[in-house]
Design a binder for this molecule. Structure first.
Ligand SMILES: [Zn+2]
Length: 206
């Protein structure tokens, strides 16, 4: 098993690749996926799914290109559907390029299997309405998107954001993970569920 990080796109969003012997799953291709495709080719890996923690533009710039290159489906939360039709999901504002249109499949929370690994999907709204967290117990890893960062949390001032919901999502679905679970966020360094429970300044005294 290997877990690689590829910062991609104009905001250097963390794109992750979790791979076994023959299959792999990718998370949040936020820019040109060439380095990821090079790795898949070099290792002879088949990409089975592309997981989108949420549909903000900086997480989806490479979605269409990666899906076309690999035939892997793009999976995301239904409540982010509105982002397929506005600037926050499709870019093209604030001097940033537009996102190439793509056709995601909406998935339900619960037990799934991606890239040959068991995965539990949680709905974790707060940063966006449809934000998902993908927990891979075997890898001891959770891909949290922009829900929670090392000693910080995701923005909640965009349309669809809600600070109370974000805090509830973290308490219910992140702080209840095994404390050694590594959290892989959309931006910045990885951390662990236990470390953030103890030290995240947004949850002190809880
Ligand atoms: Zn975001």
């Amino acid at each position: 098993m290997e877990l690689l990080t590829f910062p991609l796109g104009p905001l250097q969003t963390n794109c992750y690749l979790l791979a076994g012997e023959r299959e792999a799953v990718a998370v949040d291709p936020g820019g040109d996926p060439a380095p990821l495709l090079d790795h898949l080719r070099a290792r002879g890996l088949a990409l089975t799914h592309i997981l989108l923690t949420h549909l903000h533009f900086d997480h989806t710039y490479g979605a269409r290109a990666l899906a076309e290159a690999t035939d892997a489906p793009l999976l995301c939360g239904r409540a982010d559907k509105e982002l397929l039709e506005n600037w926050l999901g499709m870019g093209g504002s604030m001097g940033l390029p537009p996102v190439d249109e793509y056709a995601p499949t909406f998935i339900e929370p619960g037990a799934h299997r991606f890239g040959g690994f068991d995965c539990t999907v949680f709905t974790t709204p707060g940063h966006s309405r449809g934000s998902l967290t993908f927990h891979f117990p075997e890898a001891g890893a959770a891909f949290v998107g922009d829900l929670i960062f090392y000693r910080s949390i995701g923005r909640t001032d965009f349309p669809g954001g809600d600070l109370d919901e974000l805090r509830r999502s973290v308490r219910e679905h992140i702080f209840t993970l095994p404390p050694e679970t590594v959290l892989y966020p959309g931006h910045g360094p990885a951390t662990t569920a236990g470390e953030e429970h103890l030290h995240n300044p947004y949850f002190q005294g809880e």
